[in-house]
Design a protein around this ligand. Structure first.
Ligand code: FES
Length: 106
């Protein structure tokens, strides 16, 4: 079960062991991560699950899908080259140790 860490904009650090196959928005909400809301339930309609990583992790996560990419263009905050929507990332063993930045509002 991979351990995922979220670094919220207010400095809060939250870590959780996430069951394989769970999307990382749901895992964040369950863990009480500040700044992740998941308002649309993972339907790619809200972008309130925006996260970013360092470049090494971004390569392991892969590129956003077409719909995710379009939604990322509409986020409230700043989109970065490694921005992702965490509802589109499923926990898997090779993500153990993943650190996700949770951007603050613009
Ligand atoms: S939870 Fe709405 S886009 Fe991810």
């Amino acid at each position: 079960m991979p351990q995922i860490t979220w670094l919220s904009a207010d400095g809060t650090e939250t870590s959780a062991d996430v069951a394989t196959g769970t999307n990382l928005m749901e895992a964040a909400v369950a863990a009480g991560v500040r700044g992740i809301h998941g308002d649309c339930g993972g339907a790619l309609a809200c972008a309130t699950c925006h996260v970013a990583t360092d470049l090494a992790w971004a390569e392991r996560l892969g590129s956003p899908g077409i719909m995710e990419d379009e939604m990322l263009d509409m986020i409230d905050g700043e989109r970065t080259p490694t921005s992702r929507l965490s509802c589109q990332i499923l926990a898997r063993a090779e993500l153990d140790g993943l650190v996700l930045d949770v951007p603050g509002p613009a």
